[in-house]
Design a protein around this ligand. Structure first.
Ligand code: SF4
Length: 607
């Protein structure tokens, strides 16, 4: 892998590498990157992986090679303390409780000590603290070079360091957000580079699609209203002008949120949303209220920097709203999603391949994509076609682990199909004896939150091990408790299928309820299916199946993380045996030893 990466770097080529677990893919790209002496941007899937790469792997390689390189870690702006907003939060006194005031004072104290302003390192702040939106910035509310705190600004400093570094470690959100900004001609965050390494690349198509989308959220509108009121303090007479239109706007927003919550499913197409009379009327009223607010606020333009920033945001929101009213283009889909009490509207491109391809060509850089899960039965077409990498070289390297000796695969027989109401109880009927035989030490992975909740309820008083359930505590706490307990059972959906590393005895059983096909009501996937069908393609084999295979490989990959790991994988979806496509899933899994009964699994776990 290192040689292939070295060649791609030298020739500014594109390369796609599937590197099975345990290959050492991080070192295999970092060594040639450091040796190349070029400026390289390395992007990975999550902030945790980003920290691991920057604080552990990169220094290791630099030390071993004894080559000095300037390195920088850059995250999205929401990860850094905003000194300006911290000052506003302290003077405004809008905090809801005494605890919040005390928390803010602890943050202020930490602000004097921190070197990089990364809020994830502030012990004073919990992961989901309500203070975070008040003390971090967004592209909308940042004052940029006009900010009184610009000199000491952590975001600006991190970006400056990235501009000057040889190797910059970022995450996919930032990488694709930067591409989207460049594509729209609004500037840039990341420096140019001779090469881009995209690790955990299986996530890239989804992340790219999200960032090339245009969105408008209820939260954006609410925050703008709040910021407008705050800015009124700086402009005499502004409060008298804006109080009423802002209040109208907030009232219309509340009504729109209520209409979304009471009339619509979690997500769906824009057409479905506006077909509902109540939702349509609420959105029209909101549109009118925003227009009225924009008209009133324009009279205040040029009076204060902060107010001008808000007026620009208001114009931008109006333009976005107008885009949703325009007829559907052939190349995009308009849709909505409910989030908490709010909603987000999106316009998502049906394909990102051409946009990404154009960006890649223009960069004239080498592009290396790697992950443990990129191919489907050895074929990379699904990934390369999504990313427009038609001429990229591909390389598949199997894991060096001895799966045949260290892992077994059991596909229980006689279970009902997943849509049967008795499915989850039947899955648990098989899983509980295994949990007992294995003394917990298991992940139960579900494809839906509903199934997860049903299983959690059923298991709560049934097993004598700590039951850790996704959603009941933050993910990092669940994982830490799981690792430390050594006898726990973790129930997870979505985010636990990937990027989770539990090495050793704490995890030796993974039970998967269902083949992870995407939900059929996903409006983006539906629109992509229609497009594919029109072009004579087959959405199931070209879209749904490869996506599910890669997701299953990710889930199964949680089991064996190290050369000494042992464990059993149980897949309870009978379709893997009964349907012809089941073979595609089985052929894509690591070569674990198949076993035919629960007793054999128990025996293996007992050895
Ligand atoms: S420049 Fe932006 S992020 Fe930095 S302190 Fe000012 S408002 Fe906050």
């Amino acid at each position: 892998m290192a040689e292939a990466v070295e060649q791609a770097l030298a020739a500014s080529d594109s390369l796609v590498v599937e590197a099975g677990t345990g290959i050492g893919k991080t070192l295999a790209y970092l060594v040639p990157v450091v040796l190349s002496g070029e400026r390289v941007i390395v992007s990975t899937g999550t902030k945790t992986l980003q920290d691991q790469l920057y604080f552990r792997d990169l220094p290791l390689v630099l030390d071993a090679l004894d080559i000095p390189r300037r390195t920088a870690l850059l995250k999205g702006r929401a990860n850094y303390l905003c000194l300006h907003r911290l000052a506003i939060a302290r003077t405004e006194g809008r905090l809801p409780s005494r605890e919040a005031v005390a928390e803010l004072e602890r943050v202020q104290e930490w602000a004097g000590r921190t070197v990089d302003g990364d809020v994830s390192t502030a012990a004073a702040l919990s992961e989901d603290s309500g203070l975070l939106p008040l003390i971090t910035s967004t592209a909308d509310n940042c004052l940029g070079a006009e900010c009184p705190d610009f000199e000491a600004c952590f975001v600006a400093r991190a970006r400056r360091e990235a501009q000057e570094a040889d190797i910059v470690v970022v995450n996919h959100h930032l990488l694709f957000a930067d591409m989207a900004i460049k594509q729209r001609g609004f500037g840039e965050v990341l420096p140019g580079a001779s090469a881009f390494i995209v690790d955990e690349a299986h996530q890239a198509p989804e992340t790219a699609s999200r960032f090339f989308s245009l969105s408008l959220s209820a939260r954006q509108i609410r925050e703008l209203c709040q910021d407008l009121l705050a800015e009124c303090a700086e402009v005499s007479g502004a409060m008298g002008t804006l109080r009423e239109p802002v209040a109208d706007c907030l009232q219309c927003l509340r009504e729109a949120q209520l209409a979304f919550a009471s009339r619509l499913p979690e997500r769906g197409s824009w057409q479905a949303a506006v077909r509902d009379g109540e939702v349509r009327a609420a959105l029209q009223a909101l549109d009118r209220a925003i227009a009225a607010l924009a008209a009133e606020s324009e009279a205040l333009e040029g009076r204060a920097r902060g107010m001008d920033g808000c007026i620009d945001r208001l114009r931008d929101i109006r333009l976005r709203f107008d885009r949703f009213d325009a007829p559907d283009g052939d190349s995009e889909v308009r849709w909505f999603e409910r989030r908490g009490r709010g909603f987000i509207l999106y316009i998502t491109p049906l394909e990102v391949a051409s946009v990404f391809d154009a960006f890649r060509q223009q960069s004239e850089a080498a592009w290396i994509f790697t992950s443990a899960t990129l191919s489907v039965s050895g074929d990379f077409t699904h990934f390369t076609s999504q990313m427009g990498l038609h001429e990229a070289a591909t390389l598949q390297l199997d894991s060096p682990f001895d799966y045949a000796a260290n892992a077994v695969l059991w596909l229980p027989e006689g279970l009902p199909e997943p849509r049967d109401p008795g499915f989850i109880p039947a899955v648990l009927e098989q899983a509980v004896p295994l949990l007992e035989a294995n003394h917990g030490r298991a992940f139960l992975l579900f494809t839906s939150h509903r199934a997860l909740r049903e299983a959690a309820e059923a298991l709560r008083d049934r097993i004598p091990y700590s039951l850790l359930v996704q959603g009941e505590q933050p993910r990092s706490i669940l994982l830490e408790t799981f690792r430390n307990s050594g006898q726990a059972v973790l129930l997870g959906s979505s985010s636990f299928w990937q990027g989770v590393d539990v090495i050793g005895d704490a995890l030796s059983l993974v039970v998967i309820d269902k083949l992870p096909f995407a939900a059929p009501d996903d409006p983006v996937l539906q629109a992509r299916s229609d497009l594919l069908r029109q072009a004579g393609g087959n959405p199931f084999t070209q879209l749904y199946l490869p996506q599910a295979v890669i997701a299953l490989k990710q889930g199964a990959g949680r089991l064996i993380r190290d050369v000494n790991d042992r464990g059993a994988l149980v897949i309870c979806d009978s379709r893997i045996r009964s349907r012809s496509y089941g073979r595609v899933f089985l052929d894509s899994l690591p070569p674990m030893k198949p076993v035919g009964s629960r007793e054999e699994v128990e025996q293996f776990l007992d050895d």
